[in-house]
Design a protein around this ligand. Structure first.
Ligand SMILES: [Mn+2]
Length: 185
């Protein structure tokens, strides 16, 4: 499994209000969070989310999101998504809240939807999506600093790091923090 990551702060800010986390193994957990707004207070919320995920990585995706929501309730809150990839079973699970999106170029159609809301505020029931993966499948997670209208297919010939960098360059918005994470199975 290859992973490429591109991240940069909103123009005029020195810290990025987005964070991501990859805990690799036979089962890999990928997390992405976008702190509300931008700047240091957004970063503080995103980092608090990331730290919670690091400490609860073995739990179900819903439990992690709900637990994190309670744990970071004193922060601004975040949009967040979790993806768990099991390379032995070749499965993907996804759960998200707010504007983190997943695109895929894959054998099985993969297009999970995040529920509306904020992790750190009252969280409604979280919805988990489960898929089968095939070798060569391409997954991309991005914060809303990337325009969601892009067609991942257009970039599929690139290596994962070049893909993340190119997507950020071509589709990143200057007035928001940007994170683009690409995974090739
Ligand atoms: Mn954003």
């Amino acid at each position: 499994m290859d992973i490429g990551i591109a991240e940069r702060p909103c123009q005029g800010e020195t810290v990025c209000g987005d964070t991501h986390l990859v805990i690799s193994g036979e089962v890999t957990l990928v997390a992405m969070a976008d702190g509300l707004g931008h700047g240091p207070a957004a970063r503080e919320a995103a980092v608090a989310f990331k730290e919670y995920v690091e400490e609860h990585a073995q739990e179900s995706l819903e439990d992690i999101l709900r637990g994190a929501s309670a744990a970071i309730s004193k922060t601004r809150g975040v949009a967040a998504a979790l993806a768990r990839i099991d390379q032995r079973a070749m499965t993907l699970s996804f759960a998200g809240v707010g504007n983190i999106e997943m695109h895929a170029v894959s054998r099985e159609r993969i297009r999970p939807v995040s529920i509306p809301g904020i992790v750190g505020s009252r969280l409604r029931k979280v919805k988990q999506f489960d898929y089968n993966l095939a070798l060569g499948d391409l997954l991309m997670l991005h914060s809303d600093g990337i325009s969601s209208r892009l067609n991942l297919e257009d970039f599929r010939k690139l290596g994962v790091q070049e893909m993340a960098d190119t997507i950020m360059e071509q589709h990143g918005k200057w007035h928001d923090d940007v994170t683009c994470l690409v995974i090739r199975i």
